[in-house]
Design a protein around this ligand. Sequence first.
Ligand SMILES: O=C(O)CCC(=O)C(=O)O
Ligand SMILES: [Fe+2]
Length: 264
Amino acid sequence: MASSQFSLPPSLEASRIAGLPPSAYYIADFISEEEEQKILEKVERAPKARWRQLTHRRLQTWPSDLVKNTLLDGQPLPAWLEEPIISRLLSVPVLPSSSDSSGDEKEKQQQQHIFADSPHGRPNHVLINEYPPNTGIMPHKDGAAYHPVVCTVSLGSSLCLNLYKAKEDGALDSEPVWRILQEPRSLLITTADLYTEYLHGIDPLSADVNMSERTIANWSLLREPSLYQNGENQRGVRVSLTYRDVLKVSKLGSKLGPMFNRRP
Ligand SMILES: O=C(O)CCC(=O)C(=O)O
Ligand SMILES: [Fe+2]
């Protein structure tokens, strides 16, 4: 069987998830099967010390853990997390190209790419989470360390991400307001209100159920909705790569004095 190829939309606008607060985007075939396999191998072969084991889930952080919400400048991201994902991410304009050349500066920037407004103009940090069936992540917000653009590439298996609205008193409705199905090789981008006003989480289930055009926000953007015609998704091991721009990067070298601060 020929392996699948990636396929990008002309602009993110074409991949907007309708019915969600602006802006969330879903691209089903962001990477090819071959690229997916290469990345999964790298994740699995990372040195054991790279993994942090939580009760049910394990994770890796690249290039390093944050210290007080700060990324210590030093190591760049490894090549296998840079290519092809970051350049592909930055190659998709947010808005369709307009024939009107008199567009203002703001509009031009938005046309560039999804990280055009972030402090470093690109993601500088990747969190890798591994979810065997029956594992998930509690509803949470991603907090103040990052620019509010989250790009998640899914590998290995499909599962549903739930979005919750926090009530005035901080309590949480038990039912999600929306569910997004993330297929392997897909890219999900969430920004703005979805970052600041809503929580996201993954239920620890062996299967996602009750899925349909009515209950899954990105149903019309799925690669293979026919796989879920009975409303069910049996989960396998799903690995996610979460790309973000950490706002604060500490120039450790400059604190150590001029000897350490020379750049070739
Ligand atoms: O795996 C995912 O899709 C979500 C991960 C997540 O929410 C996080 O790491 O903050
Ligand atoms: Fe998160």
